[in-house]
Design a protein around this ligand. Structure first.
Ligand code: ADP
Ligand code: MG
Length: 270
């Protein structure tokens, strides 16, 4: 970080004209095209859009799992493409927590050992790793489930363990790909309100891909993707309206759900 860099004031995520092209034989797939967006620190945002619209590609770029074909991805003041593979892996371990649709817990490990796993990449000794895992389990409301194995936890509890694992390294950014996709309505709401709490009370920035219209009640902002393009203006309004109708928007009242302010996606250089 250079001297005088206003890291705290800058957005946590800044994408500038990011494209990702996949080549499959002679076919070129434009998974993302010239996407620009900014997400301020502590915000809880959702990416929505049809299957194949580029949502997972965008999450992978923001979390440093993948690199853009062109454009810049800045997270927490770092342009990710300037890091080598090793630096990027270390950067991810410090700054990003990942949550998946199918939880991805290790079945033979207790809840606490699953949560402590990301800390194996740190210098902490075993007792400190366990202590931190217990704190993370307390944050997600599972302090009485330390010793439990995955098979005796409900789906909602398994996803809470996975959220504790994403939190345990105290990352700036939590990235979740369809975290409620495999949960029933009650557990989905529990997970969404927990993510909401992590942003509101712990200042975590959360970026989530979801198809779930229920999510609209919990997030600060929605970005709509279609065919690799981030929708803006009227197109974004229309996509948002369709989601609000799917969520039963009328019952919640006009303006109760977040919309995207026109022109929000313009970067300073845009
Ligand atoms: P979503 O998550 O919105 O369903 P993805 O980001 O997974 O969409 O995919 C966007 C597009 O990129 C799709 O057409 C998909 O087939 C293509 N794609 C994704 N990953 C790869 C890959 N590794 N190789 C080739 N094409 C890919
Ligand atoms: Mg996807």
């Amino acid at each position: 970080m250079s001297v005088g860099s206003p890291a705290a004031a800058s957005p946590l995520i800044l994408l500038h004209r990011v494209s990702r092209l996949y080549r499959r034989g002679i076919d070129e797939i434009h998974a993302l095209e010239a996407c620009s967006l900014r997400v301020e620190r502590g915000r809880f945002v959702a990416f929505m859009g049809p299957s194949g619209s580029g949502k997972s590609t965008l999450l992978n770029l923001v979390s440093g799992i993948d690199r853009p074909t062109s454009g810049e991805v800045w997270v927490a003041g770092q342009e990710l493409n300037r890091l080598t593979e090793d630096e990027l892996a270390r950067w991810r371990a410090r700054h990003v927590g990942l949550i998946f649709q199918f939880f991805n817990l290790v079945p033979v490990l207790s809840a606490r050992d699953n949560v402590a796993l990301p800390l194996l990449l740190t210098h902490f000794g075993r007792s400190e790793r366990q202590r931190r895992a217990e704190i993370a389990l307390r944050v997600v409301g599972l302090e009485d489930r330390h010793q439990h194995l995955q098979r005796i936890l409900s789906g909602g509890e398994q996803q809470r363990v996975a959220i504790a694992r994403a939190l345990v390294s105290d990352p700036d950014l939590i990235v979740a790909d369809e975290p409620t996709g495999d949960l029933d309505a009650r557990n989905a709401e529990g997970v969404l309100s927990l993510l909401r709490k992590l942003s509101a009370e712990f200042g975590k920035t959360i970026v989530m891909v979801t198809h779930d219209p229920r999510a609209l009640r919990f997030v600060d902002e929605v970005f709509h993707l279609d065919k690799g393009v981030l929708l803006e203006g009227e197109e974004a309004e229309r996509a948002g309206e369709a989601m609000r109708v799917a969520a039963g928007g009328g019952l919640l009242g006009e303006g109760a759900l977040p919309t995207q302010a026109p022109g929000w996606a313009k970067t300073p250089r845009g």
